[in-house]
Design a protein around this ligand. Structure first.
Ligand code: F6P
Length: 542
């Protein structure tokens, strides 16, 4: 079978040869030979400092990776995205989440429409609504102001909102309660509503398509909960708003489009947290902080679009991900934020990275003959250190790790923050340089125990450092990973903006629901395993 275009690129071939020279070299050796790399292999943009020196690379690796970016047409692909070309080829759509944070004074005309003007029209409506709710001017059906806001959505209509709410809690209105219902498991909505009064509760039904089974099921249960307490269909207008691209379905559900905040099919679900999907974020932190969030996104967009690749944070991180995934065979990337407020950031990144780059064919539909998207995962530091870091330090798998730290805490308390931050540096040091058998022995460790205490090191890390977690900083961090994903997807020549792989399971579930609900024994014509599972389930539920 002929190789794909990627494998034929001179830089790819050179990297394959170069890898065999580099693979056996230790970071200890690379630092000894080049003591300045800790200062040199760094880049800074928007106030975000990236130290990528503890990666298994030399200047030559970097040169070849940058050459690969050029040969893969990354520059042109970036320009095409920002120009609104239809780079989501399988859905024939432009990919314009960058327009969501483009300042009002700019314009971007796509298909004869200024999408920036459209964005700001919705933002202005969101602001007016947020001001009403936050000031108490928006009244529930019984005349009481709103005290509880529940976002009902799933995937990109949930993960961004919940991550941003947690990340920006410091900036949020503490007298308002925010909850997020995503799972169709009834426990989610029952627990989210059990201690609340419907007359003080506003539901945001967030769904790009307004057809997602989980969200629609939860939305109907939310409406029943409201009607059970308030009795009157008219209450729906005071207690439900919708965020969607589908006005018709919103209307069919019973929500007045006056209470709908729109977005567009050129915003992918996992790229939508700064569209109207961010309404809960705006309600929590207020319009000014929300504008700061958008400004952070935009600052990183501008950096990505204009900075030379060798100083371009998302490009560097994306290329390093390709280097480990395709040449070292690394299967996963760990992202460990050393900030409790970022506890949902790894979960958010899972959708962003894995739904984007978990692809098996190229843009032309040809099966890839190389690795694509890695498994992204993580937990906030230092908690992860006391659970799974052992495997990263001494296990048999190579797991590149991003460590994210801040100079200041939003909740300074004694020496907590320096203790927390010392762990960022210590982990990167331990992972990179480890501990040799001689060093272990020199500590007086018994011969039989020494091998267990040896730390091989040579585990790569990126360290990201910023001053403090603000809305602006959150915007830069999310955009950094969005564009790193874009860089990786461009190298691999895949469509990072569709998600056909999630469809089959949805269709099969819809076919199975009546078989589970049927009062009489249904005819089952699945495979024998699925048939047996359904039959067994039916005996358990009766
Ligand atoms: O099933 C995957 C998916 O389509 C995601 O891409 C999306 O973010 C999520 O479902 C929710 O979709 P919607 O916002 O249309 O309800």
């Amino acid at each position: 079978m002929p190789s794909t275009a990627l494998r034929e690129r001179p830089a790819w071939k050179a990297l394959a040869g170069h890898h065999s020279e580099i693979a056996g070299r230790h970071l200890r050796e690379l630092f000894a030979a080049d003591p300045g790399r800790g200062e040199r292999m760094t880049a800074e943009a928007t106030g975000l400092y990236l130290d990528y020196s503890k990666n298994r690379i030399t200047d030559e690796t970097l040169r070849l990776l940058l050459q690969l970016a050029e040969e893969s047409g990354l520059r042109e692909h970036i320009d095409r995205m920002f120009a609104g070309d239809r780079i989501n080829v399988s859905e024939h759509r432009p990919v314009l989440h960058v327009a969501l944070r483009t300042p009002k004074e700019s314009s971007l005309v796509v298909g004869g429409v200024d999408v920036v003007a459209q964005v700001h029209e919705v933002l202005d409506r969101m602001e007016a609504f947020a001001d009403q709710v936050r000031s108490g001017a928006w009244k529930g059906a019984t005349g009481k102001p709103i005290r509880n806001i529940i976002n009902v959505g799933i995937g990109g209509s949930d993960l961004g909102p919940v991550m941003a709410y947690e990340a920006l809690r410091h900036y949020s209105r503490r007298d308002l309660t925010f909850r997020f219902v995503s799972n169709v498991d009834s426990t989610d909505i029952v627990e989210a509503t059990r201690d609340l009064a419907a007359e003080e509760t506003l539901f945001i039904i967030a769904s790009k398509t307004f057809g997602t089974l989980e969200t629609m099921t939860n939305a109907r249960s939310a409406r029943e909960w409201v009607l059970a307490q308030l009795g009157d269909e008219a209450a729906v207008a005071r207690h439900f708003v919708a965020v969607s691209t589908n006005a018709q379905r919103v209307t069919e559900f019973g929500i007045d489009t006056a209470n709908m905040f729109g977005f567009w099919d050129w915003v992918g679900g996992r790229y939508s947290m700064d569209s109207a999907i961010g309404l809960s974020t705006m309600l929590a932190v207020g319009p000014d902080h929300y504008r700061d969030l958008l400004a952070g996104f935009h600052a990183m967009d501008t950096h990505f679009r204009t900075a030379p690749f060798e100083q371009n944070l998302p490009v560097l991180m994306g290329l390093l991900a390709v280097w480990y995934g395709d040449f070292f065979g690394a299967q996963t990337v760990g992202v460990m934020p050393y900030d409790q407020y970022l506890k949902r950031f790894p979960a958010y990144l899972q959708q962003l990275t894995m739904e984007s780059n978990g692809k098996h064919v190229t843009l032309e539909g040809v099966p890839v003959d190389y690795q694509t998207g890695a498994v992204y995962w993580g937990e906030p530091g230092t908690n992860g250190q006391h659970s799974f870091y052992q495997l990263i330090h001494q296990g048999t798998k190579l797991i590149p790790v991003d460590l994210i730290g801040f100079g200041k805490s939003l909740n300074p308390l004694g020496s907590h923050h320096d203790i927390l931050s010392s762990n960022v540096f210590a982990q990167a040091q331990a992972l990179g340089f480890g501990k040799t058998e001689d060093e272990v022995r020199a500590e007086g460790t018994a011969q039989d125990v020494a091998p267990h205490r040896v730390m091989e090191g040579n585990r790569p890390t990126n360290v990201l450092l910023a001053e403090v977690l603000t809305p602006y900083r959150l915007g830069t961090l999310v955009a950094l990973y969005e564009h790193s994903v874009f860089t990786q997807g461009t190298i691999w020549g895949i469509d990072s903006f569709d998600q056909w792989g999630v469809e089959l399971g949805k269709v099969l579930a819809v076919a199975i629901i009546p078989e589970l609900e049927s009062a009489t024994e249904p005819e089952l014509d699945h495979d024998s395993s699925t048939n047996a599972l359904i039959r067994h389930y039916r005996t358990l539920k009766d």
